[in-house]
Design a protein around this ligand. Structure first.
Ligand code: GDP
Length: 200
């Protein structure tokens, strides 16, 4: 799969504005500031990609990128942003839950969490929604360059342990956009989700 081909398609405020529920989607989610845009930039080697999602007015949208005819990359709105009123936060969160639980073409969720602050309440909520519908999740512990190798291993182990109670099948890896660490592992997971090739 060539992730450099990613092209912006549309931003959806509501689920009915999304493309038809066909093909294969993989979505990226995370708290604001978790490093999601940086990870998407690193993955696609396109600086402009995540900038598109960060354009004012687009940060609250489900931003859709096409990879090829049948495959899409989904940038979900960052959650937990402090300056947003509580009612609005809850509304977005509910919309995210609906997307995760009703989207048939969604094959996997990549959950970005800062390696120093993982599994906050909203992250747990996302994981538990995913678990309820057997949606595979791959956790990226971002900004791994901020920790020395001992602390990094400890964080990974701790996160794996905690995940057992929330989403036992979720996988987890350390990741750094800055140092481009963990990219091969991420590519392998995405390639797995985007296979098999579309038959239609
Ligand atoms: P988003 O809100 O989840 O899209 O997060 P961003 O990608 O915009 O990143 C938030 C902040 O974390 C920015 O200041 C980034 O420069 C920083 N950041 C993102 N990824 C990394 C990383 O791998 N290492 C380090 N040290 N900083 C990072």
């Amino acid at each position: 799969m060539n992730y450099q081909q990613a092209k912006y398609l549309l931003g959806a405020a509501k689920l009915h504005q999304l493309p038809p529920d066909q093909g294969i989607e993989v979505a990226f989610a995370g708290r604001s500031n978790a490093g999601k845009s940086s990870a998407l930039n690193t993955l696609t080697q396109q600086k402009s990609l995540a900038r598109t999602s960060k354009t004012p007015g687009r940060t609250q949208l489900i931003n859709v990128f096409t990879l090829d005819e049948g495959r899409r990359l989904i940038d979900l709105p960052g959650y937990g942003y402090a300056k947003v009123p509580q009612a609005m936060k809850e509304q977005w969160q509910a919309e995210l839950g609906k997307y995760l639980q009703s989207r048939q073409c969604l094959h996997g969720l990549v959950l970005l969490m800062d390696i120093r602050h993982f599994l906050k309440d909203t992250d747990e909520q996302m994981l538990s929604w995913a678990h309820q519908v057997d949606l595979p999740v791959h956790c990226l512990l971002s900004k791994a360059d901020k920790l020395k190798s001992g602390a990094k291993s400890k964080a990974l182990m701790q996160c794996k342990k905690q995940l057992k109670d929330i989403h036992p099948n979720a996988s987890v890896q350390a990741f750094s956009s800055l140092k481009r660490q963990g990219l091969d592992q991420l590519y392998a997971k995405l390639d797995h989700w985007y296979d098999p090739p579309m038959l239609e």
